[in-house]
Design a protein around this ligand. Structure first.
Ligand SMILES: [Zn+2]
Length: 748
């Protein structure tokens, strides 16, 4: 990993960028929105991106030092139902995954229903098991075909006889009553703080280990993803209040302890076995992902498709950036449901092939391993078999390109701080108390970064040390409300050593315990002073008045006002503001829709230059307001500001039409640039039904000294393309993209 000194040597953090002074250009017009650098013509029309060289390449990997799971490239699962022992054709099942070149399959042990003749008390045999060893037969069929096996467990629910014998195992409501499954009231919810997790689950693991040759163990349904438990059993009643920072710490300790305990049990039989569990809650993942990332051998991103809460198409790549923030290159797999996920679910019906394909594309583009999943095997191997060809075709295509699709490290030069505690625990400003608040904030910055075609990573809030930050030219803090004093100091150190930051709204206004500070934790760094509490919008939102010219205003002309945001924190006046606040006023009646005070000295943005570092702070929730409105002015302002703090330094530049997500990697053969085509009427809602191909995309990047290019291959199109390499500047053009393309660059 590069440290800052290396970066300084290689010139990544140095050099004089030419920042043009503001030029009055035409306002956004429909032609320029589709023709310039990114998806909306940003300041690129006036300032040219400056390509900086890629860091020196990593040393080659000694295959012998890699764990077996790091060599896994395809994962398959037919999620077994109680009825499957009566109807599933095991040979057909095993042949399907083998023909799809799956390296490993999930087979159900469970914990709710035993798929083998378990002797563990309360491990109820499925009613169609009839004494048969269904699990054992499946394991044998998989092993015969050289596929590895994950023993899949479910510790989250159990039956009435267990409840009668162990009432302490149940999660309880506030009134003491048992929490039952909402769909199947015969099943009670088990409490993760109870002995169910200490005794029952280990007993099953040890039994399976004694009987079968499984390669690792996995639990579905625990730990919770995306939310925290709310239990009032005798144990939990003594814990801190659910949903608070103090509770989160206790919750994390328990998850961490159980995870290590289960991992040790898995290793009792084979030292290279391990335990893993679902972790895919995106930026809102339940357990602390930094802590678990350090011990997890397999990051299981249970992020199977778009949901009502997350309707944007990029849910899977967003998940990948979360994985990459905590894994240091370790193994991650993301599940693609071949069945119908969403607000209305059909567990046993195939989903649109275009949608399933895009989720698999995103998995690969994000550096994760594709994992394809269907539920049940009625009538031999499924009543609805349409999903099968989709999976086989996709998996077989990937198998031809494993070397290029396995990633080593992201080459992004923008870091976006992923405040997991803010995502989970911060309630939003007083006017808007809802956990949707941070979701909208995240989607806003994500959408803006995609449209600007920035190469960016997520950075976990607990990984702000120089070894994690030095690779980034700029760090973005989109309303990262909760930051400890230590984290604030780490950000100060980052800026002190040459980095730039952009922050917004309540960033660092709260400490790690959600206690509000008197002022911002980064007030000194950002040069800001709070003048009051959050001001929301009643009627007409506030505006930002242009006071002076600045590169962040490139492209705006013929207006004195820009839209502000929905909510803002008032700041004390500063010298020479670039934008000042025009406070919100009446929306209706229009007779009163004018500002009572046409001019104020309240800053609407604060910009600073500290040596080569630049800082930018927006007192409004600008990313979220952009997400809610799609206003092009907010997008332009975000793009201009990010480019200004970065001195316009790009590490990869992709020029062409359309709405595209770009991910860029160093690989063992060279580099891979992944482009996902989101130019589609269903990008923000509903599933993809078709693809809308894009024309030429030109990629430019500057290779490290001494690295030359042997070939550039387009993996989806299955063809080589010409390239030019001059003074280490590589340029190539992808002539056409269907839904996805990978430019695989082989170097020498
Ligand atoms: Zn409990």
């Amino acid at each position: 990993m590069l440290n800052r000194r290396n970066f300084l040597k290689t010139g990544l953090m140095t050099g004089a960028a030419v920042i043009p002074t503001s030029v009055g250009l035409d306002a956004l017009d429909p032609v320029s929105t589709l023709s310039a650098e990114g998806n909306v013509a940003p300041s690129s029309s006036v300032s040219k991106p400056k390509l900086i060289p890629l860091p020196p390449r990593l040393a080659s990997i000694d295959q012998r030092t890699q764990s077996w799971q790091q060599k896994i490239r395809r994962v398959g699962q037919t999620n077994m139902t109680e009825h499957d022992p009566a109807v599933m054709n095991i040979e057909e099942w095993a042949d399907y995954w083998h023909n799809a070149e799956a390296d490993i399959v999930f087979i159900s042990v469970t914990g709710i229903l035993a798929f083998y003749p378990s002797k563990v008390q309360f491990h109820r045999h499925g009613k169609f098991l009839q004494g048969r060893d269904f699990f054992g037969e499946c394991v044998a069929a998989a092993k015969k075909r050289n596929m590895r096996v994950v023993g899949r467990m479910s510790p989250d629910l159990n039956w009435g006889d267990a409840l009668e014998a162990h009432p302490e195992w149940a999660m309880r409501h506030l009134d003491g009553s048992v929490q039952f499954s909402e769909e199947e009231p015969r099943l009670f919810k088990t409490c993760m703080f109870s002995t169910y997790m200490d005794d029952y689950v280990p007993a099953i693991m040890r039994e399976v280990n004694s009987l079968y040759d499984v390669d690792c163990f996995y639990t579905n349904g625990w730990p919770p993803i995306g939310s925290l438990p709310n239990c009032h059993c005798a144990i939990c009643s003594k814990l801190p209040t659910a949903g608070t920072p103090a509770y989160w710490r206790v919750f994390n300790d328990r998850v961490f302890d159980l995870w290590q305990k289960y991992d040790a049990i898995a290793k009792e039989k084979k030292p290279d076995s391990f335990f893993f569990a679902n972790l895919g809650g995106n930026v809102r993942g339940g357990p602390n992902l930094d802590r678990l990332g350090k011990i997890a051998a397999w990051f299981q991103a249970d992020n199977q498709g778009r949901t009502y809460d997350d309707p944007a198409v990029w849910g899977c790549t967003l998940q990948s950036r979360v994985c990459n923030a905590v894994l240091d290159g370790k193994f991650a797999a993301n599940v693609t449901a071949a069945y119908s996920t969403g607000a209305v679910t059909w567990r046993n019906a195939s989903k649109n092939p275009a949608e399933a394909n895009m989720w698999l594309n995103e998995t690969l583009a994000g550096g994760m391993v594709p994992y394809y999943h269907f539920v049940g095997a009625e009538n031999g191997f499924g009543e609805d078999r349409r999903w099968q060809k989709v999976g086989t075709d996709y998996f077989r295509w990937t198998a031809q390109h494993d070397a290029h699709l396995a990633t080593r490290r992201s080459i992004a030069n923008v870091g976006v701080v992923m405040g997991q505690s803010t995502q989970l625990l911060y309630p939003g400003p007083t006017t808007m108390r809802s956990r949707a608040y941070m979701h909208e904030t995240t989607q806003g910055i994500y959408d803006a970064l995609l449209r600007g075609r920035f190469a960016f990573d997520f950075v976990h809030e607990d990984r702000l040390e120089p070894e994690h930050l030095s690779r980034y030219r700029a760090l973005l803090l989109p309303n990262i409300a909760m930051l400890s004093d230590r984290q604030c100091q780490q950000i100060r150190d980052y800026v002190g050593s040459g980095g730039s930051i952009m922050a917004s709204f309540e960033t660092a206004l709260y400490d790690e315990n959600l206690n509000q500070r008197a002022g911002f934790g980064l007030a000194d760094l950002l040069g800001i002073n709070k003048a009051g509490d959050v001001i929301g919008t009643t009627g007409n939102a506030y505006y930002a008045r242009i006071e002076s010219q600045h590169p962040i205003l490139d492209g705006f002309s013929n207006t004195n006002w820009l839209p502000g945001a929905q909510n803002r924190i008032p700041l004390k006046p500063l010298q020479n503001p670039v934008l000042t606040v025009v406070p919100g006023f009446v929306r209706y009646p229009p007779e009163l829709a004018y500002p009572p005070a046409p001019h104020t000295d309240e800053p609407a943005v604060v910009l600073r230059e500290l040596g080569y570092s630049r800082t930018a702070y927006f007192p409004g929730d600008i990313e979220r307001s952009y997400w809610l409105t799609g206003h092009g002015d907010l997008l332009r302002l975000l793009h201009n500001t990010i480019r200004w703090i970065m001195h316009d330094e790009f590490i990869v530049h992709v020029q062409g039409e359309g709405f595209v997500e770009m991910l860029s990697w160093e690989t063992t053969p060279g580099y891979s640039i992944h482009l996902l085509n989101y130019t589609n009427p269903n990008t923000h809602h509903g599933w993809l039904q078709a693809t809308y191909p894009l024309g030429p995309q030109t990629i430019r990047m500057k290779l490290p000294p001494g690295v030359s290019v042997k070939s550039v291959e387009l993996l989806r199109a299955g063809q080589s393309v010409p390239f030019a390499l001059k003074k280490q500047m590589l340029q190539l053009t992808i002539p056409r993209i269907e839904d996805y393309e990978v430019a695989a660059i082989t170097v020498s």
